[in-house]
Design a protein around this ligand. Structure first.
Ligand SMILES: CC(C)(COP(=O)(O)OP(=O)(O)OC[C@H]1O[C@@H](n2cnc3c(N)ncnc32)[C@H](O)[C@@H]1OP(=O)(O)O)[C@@H](O)C(=O)NCCC(=O)NCCS
Length: 246
């Protein structure tokens, strides 16, 4: 069973969590500590997680998962007891937050409702995101796979992020892409994520027009009806390299 030292550490972490709520939730500024501890679902979920994580670390069977299950029922926040969470995490509103087993969260991170730190499939081993210090993740954002979210990054509401995020950047959209890095707008040809060039379609288009020219020549020589030119539908690759270097 976890000893006194462990529970003293857990109490210290919970104190930091309460301070984080007071610092980062405008609605908490006028609330007393008792009010925050009694009525903030993010605080309840973290308190329960920190106890469950201590039991999990001590090898206690079943109990950590039971604590996690009841916490989810009460707060709508599901945190796997084996996840690693630093100090000063603030989960605003709570409902719909999922933090997976191998997720790793640094210090002073803020999550809004509906955030998922999940896996991409049925892979085993490290399969959930690593979130470094001072990151803010907007409501409804899905961060999937063993990616790293660099310190100080901001993830826009409803983004879907499946590649690494550079430190001090702002990432939005689906697929999530950087729109600011170190406070500067991301410029250059790769900044337009809607109208990406499609080199494969362009190559096929060139081949198609050459085949069309050959077909017309053959038709002229053989007095046959020329065939209509083949159509090429442009494709946009979703697997391009991340211009942010992630
Ligand atoms: C991303 C966010 C953190 C803003 O970060 P920022 O660094 O201040 O960036 P800006 O507001 O300057 O926006 C940068 C660009 O991203 C766009 N953008 C911002 N948030 C976006 C989002 N969620 N989805 C898509 N695009 C978004 C902006 O329109 C802007 O576009 P532009 O470069 O064409 O002008 C913020 O918009 C956000 O989504 N916060 C989450 C807040 C939240 O979940 N609140 C819930 C409270 S209950």
């Amino acid at each position: 069973m976890p000893g006194f030292a462990k529970f003293a550490r857990v109490a210290g972490e919970v104190r930091r969590d309460v301070l984080a709520a007071r610092d980062r939730d405008p609605a908490a500024r006028a609330a007393t500590t008792v009010e925050i501890v009694a009525t903030w679902p993010g605080i309840h979920a973290l308190l329960a997680y920190r106890v469950a994580h201590a039991f999990q670390g001590a090898g206690v069977p079943l109990l950590p998962r039971v604590i996690s299950m009841f916490t989810r029922a009460v707060t709508g926040i599901e945190i796997h007891p084996a996840a690693h969470i630093g100090e000063g995490l603030f989960i605003d509103h709570g409902a719909g937050v999922v933090i997976g087993e191998t997720a790793d969260i640094g210090n002073d991170v803020t999550l809004y409702q509906g955030v998922t730190l999940g896996g991409t499939g049925f892979a085993t081993g490290k399969r959930h995101p690593t979130v470094q210090d001072n990151v803010t993740i907007g409501s409804g954002a899905k961060l999937l796979g063993p990616i790293t979210i660099g310190h100080g990054a901001k993830i826009g509401a409803n983004s879907v992020v499946i590649t690494d995020v550079p430190p001090n950047s702002t990432v939005v959209g689906n697929p999530g892409h950087p729109v600011r890095v170190d406070g500067r707008r991301v410029e250059g040809p790769d900044a337009d994520w809607i109208h990406l060039p499609d080199p494969i379609a362009e190559a096929i288009q060139a081949l198609s027009s050459r085949i069309g020219a050959l077909e017309r020549m053959v038709a002229e020589l053989s007095d046959a009806e020329p065939k209509p030119p083949a159509e090429v539908t442009p494709l946009r690759s979703m697997r391009g390299t991340n211009p942010a270097g992630g």
